[in-house]
Ligand binder design. Structure first.
Ligand SMILES: *Cc1c(COP(=O)(O)O)cnc(C)c1O
Length: 378
């Protein structure tokens, strides 16, 4: 039994105090400039941020929206998703992935995950080959790993499936040099504070090379207006605030490359340093240059609670991504959905997965403490 409570300062899964001490003065400058401008909704800051993010992600268009969930829903609605349409989705993700589908009346179709927790593209292909009414797919580049972009593009071309890529965890991830988000008609991302590019509040974006999709999404985020007081579609209020856009563009986006580099260094240190045979880092899929949104490991099934307690005793703030699959959430009882196969691998992953801290403000010393804590678990 272990009950030695370590008095070392806690290592947090995310350290927003450190983020603020580095960025606070620049954020306050941005707030000051925005406040003085007198323009708070859909103005020059949103446009400038959209242009910068589109260039950063090598997409032609970017539409700032209120959050990542809305980015997915608005994207799918712009792509023509209608009530009753089936949508291939992974079993392990944030609930928002499937919630966006459900909000539009779509029917989620689950196939199992692969060894890294991402949607299994062999099973996805089998499902598409078996059911020609499966017309949409929302793959998720989970944990910051990039799915095989060649295969995604091949599925799109072979089966005509319409793809929206959920890139909420994968900004800057690529597969053999191809950025995530480039196989689908559009990609959705989130700037929820814990994400790799996290705002000081809720925000999200939809990116695409398709100008008609861009136009449709712009309308949908603003009550479905096509011109002032002309409501062409049943839309949303899902505008990105000027304030968030100003902070994202002036302060946060310019730091993202360095933050991603830090995450990659920490991931390498964990992969090199973790030597406990009962703790298996899921690692990075072949071909993926990951942005390491999370650092998932697995432990033998009945021992997850003991491992979490051990980390807690060593002041290491760990997480679980995710403690349950999407299809097993209680809310799914209320909605039609389809499960293909037994989905055993994804359920097993949820029973065994623990996420180690990997934010860019971790010090080398803290990374060493995390590794030591993991290796000392018996
Ligand atoms: C965070 C997240 C979302 C939802 O983003 P919000 O901004 O919280 O609505 C969707 N998908 C994935 C994979 C996420 O991690």
């Amino acid at each position: 039994m272990e009950n030695s409570v370590n008095s070392a300062p806690p290592i947090k899964p995310n350290d927003f105090q450190r983020l603020w001490s580095e960025t606070g003065p620049a954020v306050l400058d941005a707030v000051q400039a925005l406040g003085q401008s007198g323009w708070y909704i859909l103005g020059p800051e949103v446009s400038a941020f959209e242009a910068d993010l589109a260039a950063f992600w090598q997409r032609s268009h970017c539409v700032g929206v209120a959050n990542g969930l809305d980015a997915i829903a608005i994207g799918l609605k712009s792509m023509g998703l209608k009530r009753g349409d089936k949508v291939l989705v992974p079993p392990v993700s944030a609930f928002a992935t499937v919630l966006a589908v459900i909000q539009l009346g779509g029917v989620p179709v689950f196939v199992d995950c692969d060894a890294y927790g991402l949607i299994d593209l062999d099973q996805a292909e089998a499902a598409l080959a078996a059911d020609s009414s499966l017309r949409y797919m929302v793959p998720v580049h989970l944990y910051g790993h990039c799915l095989d972009m060649h295969r995604l593009a091949a599925l799109r071309d072979r089966y005509g499936v319409r793809i929206l890529e959920d890139c909420a965890q994968s900004i800057e991830a690529s597969f053999e040099g191809i950025p995530c988000g480039s196989a689908g008609e559009c990609l959705a991302t989130s700037f929820y504070p814990t994400k790799n590019l996290g705002a000081f509040g809720d925000a999200g974006a939809l990116l695409t090379n398709d100008s008609s999709l861009d136009t449709h999404a712009r309308s949908l985020r603003d009550y479905g207006q096509s011109a002032k007081y002309r409501h062409e579609f049943i839309g949303y209020n899902s505008r990105l605030d000027e304030l968030h856009a100003a902070i994202l563009r002036r302060v946060l986006l310019p730091r993202l490359r360095d933050w991603t580099a830090s995450r990659r260094r920490i991931a390498s240190a964990y992969l090199d340093g973790i030597a406990n045979p009962r703790v298996c880092p899921l690692g990075q899929p072949q071909g993926s240059l990951s942005c390491w949104h999370l650092f998932p490991v697995t432990v033998p099934q009945p021992q997850k609670a003991s491992f979490l307690q051990h980390l807690k005793n060593h002041s290491v703030g760990a997480g679980e991504h995710y403690p349950g699959t999407l299809m097993d959430q209680p809310a799914m009882r209320e909605v039609q959905h389809i499960q293909i196969g037994d989905l055993a691998r994804s359920r097993q992953l949820c029973l065994t997965e623990v996420s180690l801290p990997i934010h860019p403000y971790l010090s080398e010393d803290e990374v060493g403490r995390v590794i030591a804590a993991v290796n000392s678990w018996t």
